[in-house]
Ligand binder design. Structure first.
Ligand code: TXA
Ligand code: MG
Length: 363
């Protein structure tokens, strides 16, 4: 299949490009589009055959349900069989935006979208291209992140092309995604709403609107519980190189020491940390150092991009420093942990202990 790439340029040509993309969607084809979080792989969410094409392109397990994207708040009514007051309050407060509401599903939503659950996930994205495409297609768009299953989510059209060229009908290039991590998924059918996947809207922000909000126990690092969002059980967001996440009060010192050790043996490392200073002396060509100056929105915005850059640069090991798990830090740590396949090392004093996963065999 030839994958069409439409570059949106902010001029009068954009309307025609969007109409072409929408026509393909109405025809049951798959088209990738930008949102404020990550690029989505869209198809008509009410057409079971179209939705199956998403799963095929992505290589996604069929037991992992999709999010339906809508252009206007009131479009949720047709998809829901009854909305709780919490669902309404959260939609009022955060839509359009990076929040996905899990609600009781109505009969119009195919099982291919919900994976046979009696709930459906719905989101109204805060991106004009996404909403205009939904309006022109005339249906809710089912859309997972537009990466191959297991790969880092795409935050640029180029990343989508890398994973999906030849597999889908088209890609709308609307530039980079502002937030860079996926939406927060909240189950609003429970008496106390529960975060199933942390994301762009923080727990603290949700609690300001609806009071106490729970966290799926499976999201806590030391729990073995089965996650309620089926997608959260898979290894995810993963670069090709093995990755290790360093936490604890002496993470900085151990990160610098490991980087030194690996590069001295000729091993190329990728590093994600807040400041560059400690890594200035590493040998040229053997270290890709990515820093965010301690600013979490910058880290969230760049993380998937950096993981893909490490792959392209052929780094052999990735080392990342953990962040405090509040505010946006909860979502960032969730993605870091998953990208690292849960390889977490605890740095305290002289000791570097395995908190979970495996120890780098090079040490
Ligand atoms: O920011 C985002 O949410 C992006 C953009 C494209 O909108 N989409 C995205 O979709 O991240 P995806 O398919 O990669 O992740 C959807 C998550 C999965 O973890 C899935 O298991 C969960 O939402 N989910 C979907 N429907 C659900 C349901 N009915 N109950 C529980 N979890 C659900
Ligand atoms: Mg995804």
């Amino acid at each position: 299949m030839k994958t069409q790439l439409w570059r949106l340029a902010g001029n009068e040509e954009d309307g025609r490009k969007l109409r072409e993309a929408a026509a393909l969607l109405r025809n049951g084809e798959v088209v990738a589009f930008p949102t404020e979080t990550v690029y989505g792989l869209g198809a008509n969410g009410l057409d079971a055959d179209a939705v199956r094409r998403i799963f095929a392109a992505k290589g996604r397990p069929a037991d992992n349900p999709l999010i339906l994207h809508i252009a206007e708040k009131n479009e949720i009514k047709d998809l829901a069989s009854g909305l709780t007051p919490n669902a309404i309050a959260l939609a009022e407060a955060f839509w359009p935006g990076p929040l996905t509401l899990v609600i009781k599903s109505s009969g119009v939503v195919p099982d291919e979208v919900t994976a046979g659950l009696d709930t459906v996930a719905v989101r109204m994205p805060n991106h004009e291209v996404a909403r205009e495409l939904i309006r022109l297609a005339g249906c809710p768009l089912a859309a997972p992140s537009a990466n191959k299953s297991g790969r880092p989510s795409p935050t640029k059209a180029q990343d989508v092309l890398e994973d999906m060229d030849g597999l889908i009908a088209g890609i709308l290039d609307g530039g980079g995604c502002a937030i860079g991590v996926e939406s927060t998924v909240v189950d609003t059918t429970l008496p106390v709403p529960m975060i199933l996947r942390p994301g762009g809207i923080t727990r603290e922000m949700l609690e300001e609107v609806v009071g106490a909000v729970g966290l799926d126990p499976a999201l806590e690092s030391d729990k073995e519980a089965v996650p309620r969002a089926p997608g959260m059980k898979y290894r995810h967001y993963a670069p090709k190189a093995p990755m290790y996440l360093l936490v604890g009060r002496d993470a900085d010192i151990h990160l610098a020491r490991l980087a030194q050790l690996l590069t001295s043996r000729g091993v190329k490392v990728g590093i994600v940390t807040d400041e560059k200073d400690a890594f200035a002396a590493l040998p040229e060509g053997l270290a890709e150092v990515k820093t965010y100056g301690g600013l979490l929105p910058v880290l969230a915005g760049k993380l998937y991009q950096w993981l893909r850059e490490f792959d392209r640069a052929g780094v052999a090991v990735i080392l990342a420093k953990g962040v405090p798990e509040n505010g946006l830090g909860l979502a960032v740590m969730n993605r870091l942990r998953k990208a690292a396949g849960n390889n977490v090392l605890l740095a305290e004093g002289q000791n570097l202990l395995v908190q979970s996963g495996t120890r780098p065999d090079i040490i």
